[in-house]
Design a protein around this ligand. Structure first.
Ligand code: GDP
Length: 233
């Protein structure tokens, strides 16, 4: 049977808040498909989630005191979650709380079976800070695929943003297929299609049998390289 690239297309606009968790044991049952979002404070995570879901209140809830916990789960569809990791960009928490969260996050990345990939957001004008490199290293060790959004691309002229993209790709070339990178703007929606394509490929991976099917799904996914989800021979 041929894979239909349009089949099981996720509609991100129906996404709703499900629950918060401050430890791994508080997370929903570990039999879903989920993608976690992480970024330094101000990287543009809330704005990206709002753009993706075409909502304004959704990501703001992650900044509400009490929800700035380790993990916030949003449900896109039955068993399909986006997970916001607000604590990690959140500056206003005491160091001892940060240290505790760090342990829980490492455990989450290592042990959570439902986790299909991590979206790491970095301002395209200041990529690859210590925090970003630490996240990439954790993911490399897990191992866990990472999709990098170079955010606020509208702030740079065409040449400068392509340079930022190229330089970041070059700096991370050693990680191979584990990392994909794109430009993104919550303001003019540059890269929104590619982001949806990547999330779709992680949350609802089609079973691809032939190279033609891989190409068809890549074309429908905004040219995101999905080679790594081709079915094993
Ligand atoms: P968070 O702390 O990572 O959740 O970051 P926010 O989404 O709250 O964004 C931080 C600041 O950057 C806010 O003032 C946003 O309006 C701004 N911002 C976020 N995304 C973009 C973008 O794509 N373009 C521009 N120009 N500003 C953005």
């Amino acid at each position: 049977m041929k894979a239909d690239p349009q089949a099981n297309r996720l509609d991100f606009t129906g996404t709703r808040f499900l629950q918060s968790a401050s430890t791994l044991s508080q997370c929903p049952q570990d039999n879903a498909d989920e993608v976690a979002f992480v970024g330094r404070s101000n990287a543009g995570k809330s704005s990206a989630i709002n753009t993706l879901t075409d909502q304004t209140k959704l990501a703001r809830t992650s900044k509400t005191p009490g929800r700035t916990q380790l993990l916030n789960f949003f449900q896109v569809a039955e068993g399909k979650f986006l997970v916001d990791l607000p604590g990690f960009g959140y500056a206003k928490v005491p160091p001892e709380v940060k240290a505790k969260w760090q342990k829980q996050l490492e455990a989450y990345l290592r042990e959570r079976k439902s986790l299909r990939g991590l979206v790491l957001l970095m301002d395209c004008r200041h990529p690859l800070k210590d925090f970003d490199r630490m996240m990439i290293e954790w993911c490399a060790q897990a191992p866990m695929s990472v999709h990098i959004l170079l955010t606020k691309s509208d702030k740079l002229k065409s040449g400068a943003k392509q340079k930022a993209l190229l330089e970041t790709r070059r700096a991370l070339a050693g990680y191979g297929d584990m990392i994909t990178i794109q430009l993104f703007s919550a303001l003019n929606h540059e890269g929104a299609g590619a982001l949806k394509g990547r999330l779709q490929s992680w949350l609802c991976p089609p079973v691809l049998e032939t190279d033609e099917e891989v190409e068809a799904v890549e074309a429908a996914s905004g040219n995101v390289n999905i080679e790594n989800i081709k079915s094993p021979n």
